[in-house]
Design a binder for this molecule. Structure first.
Ligand code: NAD
Length: 336
């Protein structure tokens, strides 16, 4: 299988969001010049937007919009989803599952429009709940998704859509690539409003404490739950390598540097140069008890490994959120 070609028309769905915006930037920087970026949000609200790109506002739950989005496309990266951090997905299961409309229609439209490769952004939330019951969990291998017991709502939708990718390949010959992202973080993403994930939320809370002088922080759960966090540059690199590969099966794209949420807060405090009084909100949404990514397969099949230490990636993220909060601006940039 050869790498996707720079002369091809590339569609990025969900391009107004966090990972999609970084992916468009990366494609342009690496010489792709026919890029179509699509998102539900008005273009002015995209986290990153680029002038030399065909930017379109479309609702990809609607089949005709998917047909428009993928017309003439050679390659499709589908990152569009109605999603957020634990606080959002635990309280919006139906909305999360309705992303199945996006994924179904994008697959059908990509097939009908003759796309040669299709990327789907799945999630570590597809993994069996009973493999994630303790903080010192063994890292999750790809086979740990079955027998199915994923995160309710969001995880079921991702697992179902992974299987649709597989069957579109088997039955219709559409080449599909599937990444299971593990908690991706970095600049130009959501840090407030209810959809933010733990790294951005922790940075925002630490910055708010620093700016206000009220040196306390609320932590969801007891802080002992474990996770690994993937810096956006590693995520985009893994995405590109996976898309270029000949691997049709879902692969983890995640960091294997596992930390507790308390350790995540420690790092943010170090960046801020303050120590905070911690208040634990035990009844808040907190997700599984422990989660980490086993990268044996992706290392072997795609030669990808994360290179960013959490300490470095979080510092970058912190500084970007700090600038946003200080300027009072939302996380929108104009780029060209
Ligand atoms: P994001 O919310 O920043 O981006 C998703 C984008 O999809 C948003 O801009 C949103 O407006 C758009 N969208 C939603 N509904 C749409 C619709 N009907 N039509 C068109 N666009 C629509 O999220 P992200 O962090 O960039 O995630 C990208 C993908 O990766 C998603 O599929 C997500 O489920 C998956 N993922 C992300 C993470 C993570 O940690 N960020 C982890 C696992 C999986």
């Amino acid at each position: 299988m050869t790498a996707i070609h720079k002369t091809g028309l590339v569609v990025v769905a969900g391009a107004g969001g966090f990972i999609g915006g970084h992916l468009v930037a990366n494609l342009l920087a690496s010489g792709f010049w026919r890029v179509r970026a699509v998102d539900l949000k008005p273009v002015e609200e995209w986290y990153q937007r680029f002038n030399d790109v065909d930017n379109r506002q479309l609702d990809l739950r609607v089949r005709s919009a998917c047909c428009d989005a993928t017309r003439g496309a050679d390659y499709v990266f589908n990152l569009a989803a109605d999603m957020g951090g634990m606080g959002f997905i635990e309280n919006n299961k139906a909305l999360c599952m309705l992303s199945v409309l996006i994924n179904t229609h994008m697959l059908e439209a990509s097939r009908d429009n003759g796309a040669s490769r299709f990327f789907f952004s799945s999630s570590a939330c597809v993994y069996r709940a009973d493999r994630q019951l303790s903080p010192d969990i063994e890292a999750l291998r790809e086979e740990d998704a079955y027998p199915a017991m994923p995160e309710d709502g969001y995880g079921w939708e991702k697992l179902f859509s992974e299987r649709m990718c597989r069957h579109f390949t088997e039955d219709f010959g559409l080449q599909t690539r599937v990444a299971r992202y593990h908690n991706v973080y970095g600049p130009h993403g959501t840090y407030d409003g209810g959809r933010e994930k733990a790294p951005a939320a922790v940075c925002r809370k630490v910055i708010a404490a620093k700016l206000s002088g009220k040196h306390e922080i609320e932590i969801w759960g007891d802080g002992q739950q474990t996770r690994s966090f993937t810096y956006i540059d590693d995520c985009v690199k893994g995405t590109r390598l996976l898309m270029d590969s000949g691997v049709p099966e879902p692969l983890n794209v995640g960091s294997s540097q596992m930390v507790t949420i308390n350790q995540l807060v420690d790092i943010a405090e170090q960046v801020a140069g303050i120590t905070l009084m911690r208040k634990y909100k035990l009844d808040a949404p907190k997700g599984v008890r422990g989660r980490n990514s086993d990268n044996t397969r992706i290392r072997a099949l795609v030669n990808w490994e994360p290179s960013w230490r959490l300490e470095d990636g979080l510092e970058r993220t912190y500084r970007w959120i700090y600038d946003q909060m200080l300027s009072g601006g939302r996380s929108i940039v104009n780029a060209s």
